[in-house]
Design a binder for this molecule. Structure first.
Ligand code: FAD
Length: 438
């Protein structure tokens, strides 16, 4: 059995920012399903939004709400925007390097459905820059342990108080973790879909565990399809062609090389237009022409995309690339309050796995890293303030609980079957919610 004051499940940007904002005298354990670096936070390309100046508030707010079909929680949107500069300053303080102009001022780019440039970036590998820096800072902390290849398969709870988790390592060995507070930072659900830009091991395990334990979920049918993933016949993760490519002038074309949609409309609108065009033409993809961006801008802003496409035989400075929409982001998830607390005591959820309603029905580009980082910091603050209460809760409810004996639960005898059942539970829940809404 392992013990910690706080156990954080996942090692993406939300998990790491939560750990960094918890007190240094807290014993923190991070467990993660794969290696520490294999998560969607490392894949983020385009950038991270920030409130450029006070004058941009109304426009940023309106862009976020419009993209979300006005189904967003206004309070979450306000919190995300008003705290954006603060967390960007944290990131810079930790050593994150955003692009700057010749005078050293931060540079901003633009993506679909933004009415102005308000996105900070680091070439086309912003997520790697942010998350690898956070990971370095976390690895420097004496009070944080990190265990890789450790998959959470359940929680241990009594009377709606979370007492810790059950996990399994690469060899199939089960271990219980006793913790006063648990934080789910398990990311998206792309691994449940054939075509997704997400890592395949992100399969909504936390959502399934919530269903099993009566923890509330929200907007489970709000799944974002990204309009432009590199088309491939092969099975596996789809390579994303960042929205900022369209923000910088990339054009969508059909097989006759004619434009058929306004490229900077919200993601869902553009994705639907592509699906309609593919159906009309009977094709499996459309084309994205990045040549209008110009070779110089392509090489400086999108070097990673350039290299990846070149490997597949496409020089994006000269020729259009085949693209298709793919599952990309999960707006729904585990219902949380404004401090990322779930409906179970001693349990928080942060990042893509959580739903505080900030994105409504459709996420605005580059708002997810921001949301993950802002609300993970708020979770850390809340946990710190309420820690004594949680410790007392855990002590009272944990009395008589044998954490070793918990592992003898029959449902853990076939972990593979359990994980397959979990996948189905989540997909069924998404479908149920979709039908409810009709
Ligand atoms: C290709 C791509 C490009 C993107 N570009 C942008 C962008 O430019 N700007 C932007 O704002 N957003 C972007 N996003 C979205 C953004 O990257 C994610 O929403 C965000 O990084 C999610 O962070 P997270 O910490 O919630 O989850 P993740 O970073 O995905 O981390 C989830 C972690 O949970 C772990 N985990 C999962 N299940 C378990 C389990 N059962 N037990 C233990 N560990 C578990 C995983 O191993 C992983 O470490 C992009 C996403 C993708 C896929």
């Amino acid at each position: 059995m392992l013990k910690a004051d706080v156990v954080i499940v996942g090692s993406g940007a939300s998990a790491l920012n939560c750990a960094l904002n918890l007190p240094r005298d807290m014993d923190i354990l991070i467990v993660t399903k794969d290696t520490a670096e294999r998560n969607d936070s490392f894949l983020a390309q385009g950038g991270i939004c920030v409130l450029k100046d006070e004058g941009d508030y109304d426009s940023f707010y309106e862009d976020t709400m419009r993209a979300g079909h006005y189904e967003n929680n206004p309070e979450s949107v306000d919190i995300m925007i008003t705290h954006s500069r603060d967390v960007i300053n944290d990131l810079i303080g930790w050593g994150v390097d955003f692009e700057r102009d010749e005078e050293g001022n931060l540079e901003y780019t633009r993506e679909g459905a933004h009415s102005t440039e308000r996105i900070l970036f680091h070439a086309d590998i912003t997520g790697k820059e942010i998350t690898s820096t956070l990971l370095e800072r976390v690895r420097e902390l004496d009070n944080v342990r990190l265990i890789e290849h450790f998959t959470m398969i359940d929680i241990i709870e009594r009377d709606n108080v979370c007492l810790g988790i059950v996990g399994v390592d690469k060899e199939g060995k089960l271990t219980s973790v006793k913790a006063d507070c648990t934080v789910f930072a398990t990311g998206g659900i792309g691994g449940l879909y054939k075509d997704s830009t997400n890592y395949r091991h992100l399969t909504g395990d936390a959502q399934a565990i919530c269903i099993e334990h009566g923890i509330e979920l929200l907007d489970m049918d709000y799944v974002q399809i990204h309009p432009t993933a590199f088309y491939s016949k092969e099975y596996g993760r789809r390579f994303l062609i960042s929205e900022s490519c369209r923000g910088e002038g990339g054009l969508l074309k059909n097989s006759k090389m004619e434009r058929f949609v306004e490229e900077l409309l919200p993601r869902d609108v553009v994705a639907n237009a592509i699906f309609a065009e593919m159906e009309k033409e009977g094709s499996e993809h459309v084309w994205l022409d990045l040549t209008p961006i110009g070779e110089e801008e392509i090489m400086s802003h999108f070097p990673n995309i350039y290299e990846k496409c070149l490997k597949h035989g496409y020089d994006i400075t000269k020729t259009p690339i085949p693209i298709t929409p793919a599952q990309h982001y999960f707006m729904g998830g585990i219902k949380v309050d404004m401090y990322s607390k779930t409906t179970m005591d001693n349990l928080y959820a942060v990042g893509e796995t959580a739903c505080n309603g900030v994105h409504g029905k459709n996420r605005l580009a580059s708002n997810s890293l921001l949301e993950a980082i802002v609300f993970a910091k708020r979770a850390a603050k809340d946990i710190t303030e309420k820690y004594d209460t949680y410790a007392e809760n855990a002590k009272t409810k944990g009395e008589g609980v044998d954490f070793e004996k918990e592992l003898e639960n029959e449902k853990y005898t076939d972990v593979d079957a359990l994980m397959e059942r979990y996948k189905k539970l989540v997909l069924d829940e998404i479908e149920k919610e979709r039908l409810n809404r009709e």
